[in-house]
Design a protein around this ligand. Structure first.
Ligand SMILES: Nc1ncnc2c1ncn2[C@@H]1O[C@H](COP(=O)(O)OS(=O)(=O)O)[C@@H](OP(=O)(O)O)[C@H]1O
Length: 822
């Protein structure tokens, strides 16, 4: 049945039902009630029923029509408009072309479907707009208090936006710099053979720009951050957080990028003493920066009527500020074009000027011009240092020769290391000479003569004054008064640290220091949250326990400004283990050139200063207590390796370098025994433990530190101990492997030449004897580790037992075993 027939049937059925109902009512009235009625009453009643029928019929018709319309519209999807026009009861249906109506209906259905789809879409959009509107409304609510809060602070807001603009500008420039450096690094690294000078120049350039990239935007951002943190524009705290994040990422990216570039350059150049070269280049960069900053300072003063860049930065007139910025940029561009050797963007870096020689040479020194004079000072300083080092090394090498047969293998190692360094120094000197020929030429020679004169003698005389290795600094101190007395206090001119007066009292105090005792006293001043006391930690040993890998890993951390080179050995070699009796000039060099105090200050001392020297650890009994007096806050990290393999590594180092030393005689047993009976870990380490509270000392086990399984956890522990982010520089970062001995061998071609010893034979009972020598010390260390909570004694011993067992596993049935180097 089709739908319209169904409706018709329904129609009829309802009508019949109604009619039947009325008929029944009629009949009932007539038969049962009307008999008692008068004829008029009966007629009135029947009229009533017929009226009722009509009323019911009309109502039923109306309802049925509505139902029909509803059914046609919803079941048959006939549009309402069409129904109205459709004369349902006029009989015009017949006139309608059903096919046409069907087609129209289909089209209308499609339109309806499209309209419904559009409607749903719009409903979704309306929902989104509603949500957005709600957000805007609530934002508006939040901002309602802003105008009031900012009233009267328009100037400081203007300053903020200027500072933000300056920071952005500096960042932009730094990005360009970084891009340039990346290109430079790529070209430098890939330049191949025959271009060492180009690479040298590239390295210089990178170092020079590095300082600027690091300091300029960082300082702008820091100032901005300070402004925002100062409370007058709290509504913009998010900007403060943003700049803080930028600061951290800037520090991290520039340092890791630069570190990588220097390493790859050094590697590309095949230079083993990359660190010392870097330092030297860093010095050149410092001088160039000073020249630049001075020039810039004068220029700015001249153009702004003496106000200086900082004042101009604060100027209310933003147009003047923009002009100022443009002028500075133009000036920088001009300088770059005028003199390619001159530095690029300025960094407001705190620098220290070593002027002790300059003063002495004041009358006689020819007028070299400001830049040349400064460069000469630097060269001279380097030369003096270098000569001293060479002389010391020569004397030490001689002493080592004498001492070699006495079997002090550890000291011998140092001597040989020095001899190697001396060779590198020679190479370095040669390069410096070449550079000097291009830059200062004869002036450098003159400077050298002035210096010789001022110092009152030739190199040999100075060597005699120092008394060679045997007397060292300490010995000479006994003969001729303290070194601090003998050496004139250097006069230091500090370049102004921006906003020094607004910095923390601690930073202000440190910024005034030019000796290490002053650093100690400055620590009494109040610090800002996040500032580290300087220096923050030392890695004190032990030699051949992966200290180099550890140090260089830590150095990549963005919260660290660690010494460029490993093992400055300042407190042992320069101070003769007495931190209160170090030569003043050496102290200054140590603070600024080794510990990089200038950079730490520029970073608001929110970075940890550090160095790593293995002499310190093994001489704890000489140094720990006085070190505690000097730097009571210092954190101490030591790494210890299974003692026989550590000693073997140390002896092998000497052998590979110079084919001499104890192991060269072939029999490893007496050689190792002699060394092992006269050294131990626990005595010197105990001195460190006694001097410093347990919370400031951390002992690592080489085997865990370098293991794949535990290495990362150990590194996190180290960083946690130091109070720096344990997940940086990267969660996945491992310690890496720095094998100095292998590098030396590779450099010398020894690996190809077959000079590397494959191993040493030792009899089983001899090895067992060695184990019995070291075991008590090992157990003592294990128990110290357990007491301090660094490891369980059993775990500690198990790692070393395993190393011993590994050697015993190589033993043949005849009891001949092999000691294998790494
Ligand atoms: N990641 C890792 N894994 C395993 N071994 C490692 C690692 N890093 C350094 N080393 C080994 O540590 C030895 C060098 O230690 P140091 O850097 O402290 O030596 S040094 O005192 O600075 O010369 C040296 O050991 P030997 O090879 O036995 O001489 C390095 O090979």
């Amino acid at each position: 049945m089709d739908a319209s027939a169904f409706i018709d049937d329904l129609h009829n059925a309802v009508h019949i039902y109604c009619a039947n109902g009325i008929d029944t009512l009629d009949g009932s009235l007539r038969e049962q009630r009307c008999a008692a009625l008068t004829p008029e009453q009966a007629a009135a009643a029947l009229h009533g029923t017929s009226q009722l029928y009509l009323a019911i019929k009309e109502e039923v018709d109306t309802q049925l029509q509505k139902f029909e319309a509803y059914a046609l519209e919803t079941c048959l999807h006939v549009p309402a408009g069409l129904l109205v026009e459709q004369p349902s009861s006029t009989g015009a249906n017949e006139a309608v072309d059903e096919a046409a109506v069907d087609a129209e209906l289909a089209a209308l259905r499609r339109q309806i479907a499209a309209a419904k789809h559009q409607g749903r879409k719009m409903a979704g959009e309306v929902q989104q707009y509603d949500a957005a509107l709600a957000t805007y409304r609530s934002s508006l609510g939040c901002l309602a208090g802003v105008p009031g809060a900012l009233q009267g602070k328009e100037n400081s807001l203007a300053d903020d936006s200027r500072a933000l603009a300056a920071a952005g500008l500096a960042l932009q420039e730094s990005c360009a710099e970084l891009e340039g450096l990346r290109a430079l690094r790529n070209s430098g690294g890939a330049s191949g053979a025959g271009a060492p000078r180009d690479e040298l120049a590239a390295e210089k350039e990178i170092l020079r720009r590095q300082a600027a990239v690091r300091s300029a935007p960082a300082d702008h951002l820091r100032r901005l951050q300070e402004r925002l943190a100062s409370g007058h524009t709290k509504q913009f705290a998010a900007i403060g957080a943003f700049t803080a994040a930028l600061l951290v990422s800037l520090a991290f990216s520039s340092r890791s990028f630069m570190g990588g570039s220097l390493d790859s350059l050094s590697a590309a150049m095949g230079v083993s003493s990359g660190a010392s070269r870097s330092r030297r280049m860093g010095d050149v960069a410092e001088v160039r920066l000073r020249q630049y900053e001075r020039r810039q300072g004068l220029e700015v003063e001249g153009s702004s009527g003496g106000g200086g860049a900082e004042d101009n930065l604060r100027a209310d007139d933003s147009t003047a500020y923009e002009q100022q910025q443009q002028q500075q940029q133009q000036q920088q561009r001009r300088w770059r074009e005028e003199d390619k050797d001159e530095p690029g963007p300025a960094g407001e870096v705190l620098e220290v000027q070593l002027q002790q020689q300059e003063d002495a040479e004041g009358e006689e020194q020819p007028d070299l011009g400001e830049g040349a004079a400064e460069a000469a000072l630097l060269d001279e300083e380097d030369q003096r240092q270098q000569r001293e080092e060479e002389e010391e090394e020569a004397a030490e090498a001689a002493a080592e020769e004498d001492a070699a047969d006495e079997g002090d293998a550890e000291e011998e190692d140092e001597g040989q290391q020095h001899a190697e360094d001396a060779a590198e120094e020679e190479e370095r000197q040669q390069q410096e000479d070449e550079e000097a020929a291009g830059l200062e030429g004869a002036q450098q020679q003159q400077e050298q003569e002035h210096w010789e004169k001022h110092q009152g003698g030739d190199a040999n005389q100075r060597q005699r004054q120092r008394g060679g290795k045997g007397s060292s600094a300490k010995g000479s101190s006994a003969k001729g008064g303290s070194k601090a007395d003998r050496e004139e206090e250097p006069q230091i001119a500090f370049l102004e640290l921006p906003h020094l007066a607004e910095r923390s009292p601690y930073l202000q105090a440190v910024a005034q220091c030019h000796n290490i005792t002053c650093l100690s006293q400055a620590a009494r001043q109040r610090r800002d949250p996040g500032q580290f006391l300087f220096p923050h930690f030392f890695v004190v040993g032990w030699q051949k326990a992966a200290t180099t890998s550890l140090f260089f890993h830590l150095r990549t951390h963005p919260q660290l400004v660690a010494a460029w080179e490993k093992e400055p050995e300042f407190f042992s070699d320069d101070c003769g283990y007495d931190p209160f009796d170090c030569p003043l000039g050496a102290q200054l060099r140590y603070m600024y050139k080794v510990l990089r105090l200038g950079e730490a200050l520029a970073a608001d001392l929110r970075v940890a200063g550090a160095e790593a020297s293995t002499h310190y650890g093994r001489n704890g009994h000489k140094l720990a207590r006085s070190m505690r007096e000097l730097f009571p806050w210092l954190k101490i990290i030591a790494s210890m390796r299974e003692p026989i393999s550590r000693t073997l590594s140390m002896l092998a180092h000497n052998l590979d370098l110079h084919s001499k030393g104890c192991l060269a005689k072939g029999d490893a047993y007496p050689c190792l025994k002699k060394e092992l009976v006269q050294s131990n870990y626990s005595d010197p380490f105990e001195a460190w433990m006694e001097a410093y509270p347990p919370s400031q000392v951390l002992l690592l086990q080489y085997e865990r530190l370098t293991s794949e399984q535990h290495g990362k956890a150990v590194l996190r522990k180290v960083k946690g101990f130091l109070g720096i982010d344990p997940e940086l520089p990267s969660e996945a970062a491992t310690i890496g492997r720095n094998n100095t001995r292998k590098q030396h061998l590779e450099k010398a071609g020894a690996l190809e030449g077959g000079q590397q010893p494959k191993g040493w034979r030792i009899k089983r009972h001899e090895y067992e004897d060695l184990v019995s020598i070291v075991r008590p010390d090992a157990e003592r260390v294990a128990s110290m580790a357990e007491q301090a909570g660094w490891a369980s004694a059993n775990e500690w011993m198990a790692a070393w037992e395993m190393a011993w067992q590994a050697t015993l596993n190589t033993c043949t049935r005849k009891g001949r075993c092999e000691l294998r180097p790494n």
